[in-house]
Design a protein around this ligand. Structure first.
Ligand code: HEM
Length: 499
């Protein structure tokens, strides 16, 4: 008899622990979907059936007319913000109430990752790291890296030529990843990435290991970071392993040594890190490794994903592709059969196409913040129900960028690829399009990321037509285990030489 009582009590306790927070939003009169024990509203993500981006989009749509929705990420209450005016207040106007990104990394366990601006809490350390890194991505600095991007693009064009002599089929992300990584190898580490020289280049293997591709434990760790960020300290999650951090530092110190011995001054990222080391503010090897790891992660992965979706959209929309090619060729001829930094910046259709691709394919999907100071919001926008909320410190916030960018209230026929929406940026509703975030935490590498994508695309379209490979299956299925937008099975395209 006693064991029946014990089992019953245990079950009651487990159920209590799995659901104890679930009246959090109800107590504050915040609308929201009913959560499931333990998994909250993101159950399908835990079992790998759907990505969190897809789940958030569905909830966002279901609660049309509400300025915010209360959901549960596992057992943690999260405020999903729908009203662009509230979004503006969170990420720009009242930033001091929401300074931190909703991600936890233990400095003692993972010091390199913990030192990146994205992870650092919004205090003085974050400001210093941010300003140090921002100085490397000013328009002047991006322009100085333009020749490197041109060289990688030419190398990519030759690589495609060789590959398609065997088969026209290529995977978009593999191709774009080789290209962006080849740039990063030289821009960040002053080495030849040789990403187009071999089927499995060693630098790419290192970068993929850094990102944790295809590693079971990395997938688990990334999922914990994504789905239950509050437990990363408990599990002692380490994203950047010691041997990877050491290798990043080795690249930097080798370049420093070579330059010092040979009196080489290049005024690039490597030189800048060296300047910081000898500057007035303490700057350790760990800081240098941390800054370089950002360049590697976002210059390679985030940029190549953005570029690969762009290429795939162009493959899917041949009329847009042809119009873009005309702009590219006109610009090329006007500039004495060449592309320059300025001529690429001037291509307005290219800019509109890239914006439209980033709107339709939100690589990050969400901006995640934590409330750092109590904040009360009452909607003023008549389109939203007039319900107020007081957000308590520690509350997780999701700004569902992907869902907002595909909201028909802001973008008519959102599933269609229509670059003309971006001909006049003033017509884009404020805070409904934010591929690089906004406010004090705006992406640092926006100009670099956009320029390297544009340089690669203009070279590619000048030489090749791109179509979707017949084997591609629609609708696309997204990887629920990866933090950035990732298509299961990849995006297969065919490339055809323009004679
Ligand atoms: C097309 C490529 C890229 C996209 C789509 C992208 C997107 C984003 C987004 C959405 C954020 C979050 C902003 C926010 O929370 O408001 C972000 C932050 C950041 N990005 Fe990028 N990014 C790209 C390339 C880069 C590159 C090339 C670098 C640097 C080499 C970079 C460095 C950063 C850093 C350091 C942050 C954190 C800023 C902070 O929290 O203070 N990104 N990026």
């Amino acid at each position: 008899m006693w064991w029946i009582i014990l089992i019953t009590l245990s079950l009651v306790l487990i159920h209590y622990l799995m659901t104890k927070n679930f009246d959090y939003w109800r107590n504050r009169s915040v609308p929201g979907p009913h959560p499931w024990p333990l998994v909250g509203n993101i159950g399908p993500s835990f079992i790998g059936r759907r990505s969190t981006g897809e789940i958030i989009k569905e909830i966002y749509r279901k609660y049309e007319g509400f300025p915010f929705v209360g959901i549960f990420r596992a057992t943690t209450p999260v405020l999903l913000v729908r009203d662009p005016d509230f979004v503006k207040k969170i990420i720009v106007r009242d930033f001091k109430h929401f300074q931190d990104n909703d991600v936890e990394v233990d400095k003692d366990v993972d010091p390199v990752y913990a030192g990146t601006p994205f992870i650092l809490k919004g205090g003085s350390e974050w400001k210093t790291a941010r300003s140090q890194l921002s100085a490397c991505f000013t328009p002047g600095k991006v322009q100085s890296m333009f020749p490197i991007m041109q060289k990688s693009s030419e190398r990519m064009v030759r690589y495609i030529g060789n590959e398609i002599s065997i088969s026209p089929q290529m995977e978009s992300w593999d191709l774009c990843g080789r290209y962006t990584l080849n740039n990063v190898a030289t821009c960040a580490f002053d080495i030849e990435g040789k990403c187009f020289d071999e089927p499995h280049p060693s630098f790419k293997q290192f970068a993929d290991e850094f990102l944790g591709y295809d590693h079971f434990w990395s997938t688990i760790k990334n999922s914990i970071l994504l789905l239950i960020p509050s437990s990363t300290n408990f599990f002692k999650i380490k994203i950047i392993q010691d041997q990877i951090a050491q290798k990043i530092l080795d690249y930097i110190t080798t370049a420093w040594k070579h330059r010092k011995e040979n009196g080489v001054v290049m005024n690039d990222f490597i030189d800048y890190l060296y300047t910081l080391k000898s500057g007035p503010i303490p700057f350790t090897d760990l800081d240098a490794t941390s800054r370089a790891s950002v360049f590697l992660e976002d210059g390679y992965d985030t940029s190549s994903r953005t570029m690969s979706f762009f290429l795939f959209e162009l493959a899917n929309n041949t009329i847009v592709q042809e119009t873009l090619r005309q702009e590219i060729m006109e610009s090329y001829r006007e500039n004495n059969n060449s592309f320059t930094y300025e001529s690429i910046l001037k291509m307005s259709y290219l800019e509109a196409c890239l914006n439209e691709s980033m709107r339709k394919n939100s690589i990050n999907g969400q901006l995640r913040r934590v409330c750092t100071e109590k904040y009360t919001y009452t909607p003023t926008n008549p389109e939203f129900a007039k319900i107020s909320i007081t957000v308590e410190p520690g509350t997780s916030i999701i700004v569902p960028v992907g869902a907002m960018q595909s909201d028909p209230n802001y973008f008519e026929s959102p599933d269609e690829f229509k670059p003309e929406r971006f001909f006049d940026m003033d017509k884009i509703p404020k805070y409904s399009f934010m591929p690089f975030g906004e406010g004090p935490r705006l992406c640092i590498g926006k100009s670099f990321g956009k320029m390297q994508i544009k340089v690669g695309i203009v070279h590619l379209l000048k030489n090749y037509r791109v179509t979707v490979n017949q084997k591609m299956q629609f609708p696309l299925k997204y990887n629920p285990w990866y933090g950035l937008l990732d298509v299961i099975g990849g995006m297969q395209i065919d490339l055809h030489k323009i004679e």
